[in-house]
Design a protein around this ligand. Sequence first.
Ligand code: GLY
Length: 373
Amino acid sequence: MIQFEPENDRAQLEHALAFAKQQVRSLIERHPDFYPMYTKEGRWKHEGPVWTHWCDGFLPGMMWIFRRHSEDGSAEEQYWHEQAVRYTKPLEPRKDDREVHDLGFIFLSTYYRWCQLTRDPALNEVIVQAGKTLALRFREKGQYLRSFVAENSLFIDILMNVGIIFYAARETGDRKLRDIALRHCFTTRRVLVRGDGSTAHEGLFDLETGEFLKQTTHQGFRGDSCWSRGLAWALYGFGTSYEYSRDPRFLASAEACADYYITHANSDGVPPWDFNAPAESRKLLDTSAAAIAASGLLRLSRLLHDPVKGHFYWGAGMRILHSLCEKHLADKNANWDGILKGGVYHLPKNLGVDESVMWGEYFFVEALDHALH
Ligand code: GLY
């Protein structure tokens, strides 16, 4: 259970943001135009496998946030703008990428932020196209957007991407797109969220009938366990689904997942990699799940109608963020390329275990952005 007292040490958060800028600047200088995913012994540059290509938006996404946190008209603002554009533009062809279910991750962190700044219709068109491409993954039999691994597979992670379909539906007025997004969220809620607010990583379906068969996992401990990053994706993703649809059932699911997180995370708010792994294994934390949860809780707190609960979620998000700054920032280790230590990518495949991971960096910086605004 997270223990928290109201705290807001702004200087600590500002230090973390300054350190994040420094680490990203040094990555740009040492390895120009390289989009890393996870570190190996603290180093971004290595030949380790990636499993799937879902992370390229997170590095430029941070640059857009850094631009926001630079003085208007300053050389620093110009630097981050130029770098953000330079690293965002090469992603454009991915708007037609049918191999991944991650187009929300790639475009909402980049083109969406760029478009918010300029309102350029050509940028908007890229986001809309990415939303349309993602919607092509929808399976009528089963009512879900299929994951990258197989036709019969639904991932909890896709909830973080469905926002781009809601966005495309809103921009184009296409009711079919909105309907696909809604139906995917309802199926996810029905088959991957449990009565106690915990979540499963993956659901499998019968391709002939569309019948839901079972909960399973790739990155978690087992099918009936709660992989902490999946839970963090859910609490954040249902919040986004509510923001677009205003359907109170999605808000209820976001709250159920948030409450499970708050009651099961360690007292400082940083969770084990899987809440139901054996005790010894639970000593391995996942700071990236904590960063996503922190950002998701800070966002969710602003969506709630009940100010007491909103205040509670804000406090929980801030507690997690301060714990990450205090205990997991890499600022004491000169040989570490990343910002946040202690992330876990794929434990069963032994990829990026107890390392910096690019989505952990991004959602940590995004949480700092919420907290400092
Ligand atoms: N594949 C998304 C994740 O590792 O959370």
